[in-house]
Design a binder for this molecule. Structure first.
Ligand SMILES: *Cc1c(COP(=O)(O)O)cnc(C)c1O
Length: 391
């Protein structure tokens, strides 16, 4: 039955495409139905047989979710896409489809925290080992990739915003026979398309830029047809992490303003960088295009940056003095956010400490929201002064 459900095609009933919604509606319909019925035995059989792509049950296929999937495939330049309940569901589904007991995952050392925990805690239980590498260390990478099933990477990387040579890494992994899974949440499909540079699978946390309003947790997987089919048939129906129609609709609403929102986040982040680079209480600013040149694959650096504050800045006093910047995880919505690395140091585990080598308790991740540069700059300057005054 797995094979029959949800044929691979991006096809979508004509009346639901963007130009032709029912009743001339300018927004897509929300098909809030778990189930779909058939007029005849033959129509139901065609669905089971895979010769019809009519939706059957929303755990595998919902017309509103399908519409979002088609847009995501186009945006990332893939053949097809799967929309799931979170960024982590996208990562876990891809990993589960391409690993087996005895296999090895190679991941960059600055991977998203919960992704690294998925590899180390959960996949370890199923006999899959993970090796974390510094992708700048060619020799270590070469050894780790030999016999690996999956190479998992982000560029820019979590918290440190290092950027890597994507075409070279993709080619190296392919030569070693590993499937590349790339978290493109930081760049968004408008600033970087890893599939065009040899990456096999792109995932996004759509909870961030793609939705853009901090009101949805969602994820997606984009790839060529055969790999999407493998995930769709060997993982998706059984893990059941499908996105809901309403949330797919909210992400589609967010996608319409992704371009102007990204431009505004980037202008705000640039203004912050200009101020912070000259500030005596700031010793380091990490952002693609600032700490290292913007790589040719990227057409913009987004709204995130990490600063290191000087020794005489009390991180707790700084954090508590912030008003416009709110303290919190995530990013990609309206509000500016600050996340001190100090507060995220949940793991004393030596491997994780090593993985986070270039971070310290003086590192603070900032997200430039849409409140306006003047307010954001004034807020940070005031909080840095408060931090220098101490606890
Ligand atoms: C938030 C995030 C994730 C996880 O996404 P969820 O939607 O929260 O599950 C994965 N990767 C990156 C880079 C993220 O920022």
């Amino acid at each position: 039955m797995g094979e029959a459900m949800g044929s691979g095609r991006i096809g979508f009933p004509g009346e639901y495409d963007d130009e032709h919604h029912p009743f001339g509606s300018v927004t897509p319909p929300i098909i809030q139905s778990s189930n779909f019925v058939f007029d005849s035995y033959e129509a139901l059989a065609a669905c089971y047989g895979g010769t019809s792509d009519a939706p059957m049950y929303s755990r595998t296929d919902n017309p509103t979710v399908r519409m979002l999937e088609r847009k995501l495939a186009i945006l990332e330049g893939g053949d097809d896409a799967l929309a799931v309940g979170s960024g982590m569901a996208a990562i876990a589904s891809s990993i589960l489809a391409f690993t087996k007991t005895g296999g090895r995952i190679v991941a960059i050392r600055h991977s998203y925290y919960d992704a690294s925990r998925l590899f180390q805690v959960m996949m370890q239980r199923f006999g899959v080992d993970t090796v974390f590498v510094d992708p700048f260390d060619q020799a270590a990478l070469e050894i780790a990739l030999d016999g690996a099933s999956v190479f998992y990477l982000e560029s820019p990387s979590s918290f440190t915003f290092e950027t890597y040579d994507i075409p070279a890494l993709a080619a190296q992994a392919r030569a070693a026979g590993a499937i590349t899974i790339f978290d493109n949440s930081f760049a968004s499909p408008l600033r970087q398309n890893p599939l065009a540079h040899g990456i096999d699978i792109v995932i996004h946390s759509m909870s961030k830029y793609l939705c853009g309003h901090s009101d949805v947790v969602a994820g997606c997987i984009v790839s060529r047809q055969a790999l999407i089919e493998q995930i769709r048939q060997t993982v998706s129906p059984f893990v059941g992490a499908k996105l809901s129609a309403l949330e797919a609709w909210l992400v589609m609403r967010g996608l319409r303003t992704l371009g102007p929102r990204l431009e505004a986040h980037e202008r705000a982040a640039e203004a912050l960088c200009d101020m912070l680079l000259d500030h005596p209480a700031v010793t380091d600013v990490r952002r693609p295009g600032v700490s290292a040149p913007l790589p040719p694959e990227m057409s913009g650096a987004g709204g995130l940056l990490t600063i290191d504050v000087a020794d005489d800045v009390d991180v707790v006093a700084f954090s508590n003095a912030l008003r416009v910047f709110r303290l919190g995880v995530s990013w990609g919505g309206f509000e500016s956010l600050a996340l001190p690395a100090k507060v995220t140091a949940r793991d004393s585990d030596a491997a994780l400490a090593d993985r986070r080598l270039s971070l310290s308790h003086r590192s603070i991740r900032l997200f430039a929201g849409l409140e306006g540069s003047e307010m954001q700059i004034r807020d940070l300057k005031r909080a840095l002064l408060a931090g220098m005054a101490g606890p």
